[in-house]
Ligand binder design. Structure first.
Ligand code: ADP
Length: 494
């Protein structure tokens, strides 16, 4: 019995043992699996760590780039501010310099003209020729100063246009007949090609200036006996369209001046329209309108560009390159939209209504000499102006504004010539006082100044100025303008 029991126990234990062994193998298998998973996890973890490190590095790099971009943006912003300031300074400088240059120029030009016009002065041939040269020099200088003032106006978007519809043929004909003689002096031929029968809406004097400058350049950069072609064609221009945000090409007229001259390098296509930019050796500077390779102030094409852009058009050039031996030639284009240009005009560029053509007042013989009061603080100008006016007028002089007001009451002038910038009361103040006073309000006042800036002129008209006479003046022009002012006043009284 006892044995039986022990045997059974033994059997059960063996049974258990087998079970345990089976369990053990299972556990071992699971253990192995767990180990593999663990290894895999470790590997994944390592990978993640590497990825993490990479990400961290990238984040650092991004942060650094962001900082650098911010720093660069600050530099660009600062440079931009400096450029704007420099540009403003340049504009101020141009305006100021031209102003200051004009006053001494008045003297040179005025006296030279006076010497040549004065019948009482006997000049020998040499002196006469020298005086003519002085006048020529002064005229060139005056033209350069006017160019500088124009650039200042263009950059300040103050260019005023009097737009009138005019036949394109008329515009081109007048320029060709004017420049024909100049080209002929160089043995060159200007050939007029087809000009479509269209009207263009332009400011005639400004357009005339642009086209004659381009033609004059064509003459200058083409050798003797060369050919220049002028023609125009109707085009559909997609550059204008993209300039003004149109989806479809804009109908335009392309005016083309094609020369057989030295040509222009592709790198200079845009630069020649920059202020003061001149291609090559500036020793070639010459003042003549036609001298071969002669150059001017370097302001001509930038002014043309300003004028054409104010007309909502574009001016551009093409050429096969520059060569002083083979003369590849240049082709200048002025592309003007044929649609209403004011619809395209960019903000800030204003066009005024067409100016009425003034009929000149009939010249009258005045019985006694009319009286002019000159209010001016520069003695040299007083002396020169008196010299010019004394044959036609009785002159009263005031050296400052306060004295001018007093003399307007006592001297009772028929017209007043009034300088703007004087110590004490300035010209605007004097004018508004005189125009507000019953006894003096009918005396015509002409501002007499080198200032031709838009705001100066507008300010003058606001305080009641009747005319604007700019220095340097032409003696006969000054006399004619004053006579006109006086006779207008008399007409008003009738
Ligand atoms: P400037 O007022 O001195 O005459 P522009 O502004 O008219 O100067 O022209 C600038 C420069 O463009 C000239 O100095 C010249 O180098 C170049 N240029 C202009 N027109 C022509 C042309 N038809 N052929 C070759 N070069 C030209």
């Amino acid at each position: 019995m006892q044995l039986e029991h022990i045997k059974r126990l033994n059997y059960e234990m063996m049974q258990k043992n087998v079970e345990l062994e089976a369990n053990y193998s299972e556990i071992e298998a699971t253990n192995e699996e767990l180990e593999t998973t663990n290894e895999e996890l470790i590997a994944t973890n390592e990978e993640l760590e590497v990825a993490n490190r990479d990400l961290f590095g990238m984040a650092e790099e991004l942060k650094k780039s962001k900082e650098e971009i911010e720093k660069n943006m600050l530099v660009v912003q600062k440079a931009n501010e400096e450029l704007t300031l420099l540009n403003q300074l340049k504009t101020n400088f141009l305006g100021m310099a031209s102003h200051e240059l004009k006053t001494p120029l008045v003297m040179v030009k005025g006296y030279a003209e006076l010497i040549l016009d004065n019948k009482n002065v006997q000049l020998d041939g040499t002196t006469q020729e020298m005086t003519v040269q002085i006048l020529k020099g002064a005229d060139i200088l005056n033209a350069i100063i006017n160019d500088m003032l124009d650039i200042t106006k263009i950059e300040a978007k103050e260019l005023k246009l009097n737009l009138v519809a005019i036949e394109l043929k008329l515009v081109i004909d007048s320029i060709i007949s004017e420049m024909g003689a100049v080209a002929k002096s160089r043995g060159q031929r200007i050939m007029l090609g087809n000009i479509p029968d269209v009207n263009v809406t332009v400011d005639s004097p400004h357009m005339h200036r642009v086209l004659s400058h381009i033609l004059s350049n064509a003459i200058k950069f083409t050798p003797d006996n060369g050919k220049i072609k002028v023609y125009a064609k109707e085009v559909k221009d997609d550059v204008l369209a993209s300039m003004y945000g149109y989806a479809e090409p804009i109908e335009a007229i392309d005016i083309i001046v094609e020369d057989s001259g030295i040509g222009i390098d592709e790198n200079d296509y845009d630069k020649i329209f920059d202020v003061f930019y001149e291609v090559g050796d500036i020793d070639h500077h010459r003042s003549s309108k036609s001298a071969y390779l002669g150059k001017g102030s370097g302001l001509g094409l930038p002014i043309c560009k300003g004028i054409i852009e104010a007309h909502s058009g574009r001016i551009w050039v093409e050429s096969e390159g520059v060569d002083l031996n083979t003369f590849p030639g240049s082709i200048f284009h002025v592309t003007l939209p044929l649609v209403q240009t004011h619809e395209l005009r960019k903000e800030g560029e204003v066009a005024t209504a067409p100016k009425k053509v003034e009929t000149p007042a009939p010249k009258k013989r005045l019985k006694k000499q009319p009286k002019i009061l000159l209010i001016e603080d520069e003695n040299d100008i007083i002396e020169l102006t008196s010299l010019v006016l004394e044959s036609k007028f009785t002159i009263g002089i005031a050296n400052n504004g306060a004295d001018g007001i007093k003399k307007a009451f006592t001297f009772k002038p028929d017209a007043i010539l009034l300088d703007i910038y004087m110590k004490g009361l300035n010209g605007y103040e004097v004018c508004s006082i005189l125009k507000e006073n019953e006894a003096t309000k009918n005396i015509p006042i002409a501002m007499f100044t080198a200032g031709t800036q838009k705001y100066e002129i507008e300010k003058g008209y606001k305080v009641g100025v009747d005319d604007y006479i700019t220095k340097p003046f032409n003696p006969s022009d000054l006399i004619a303008r004053l006579e006109k002012l006086i006779s207008k006043k008399k007409d008003r009284k009738k």
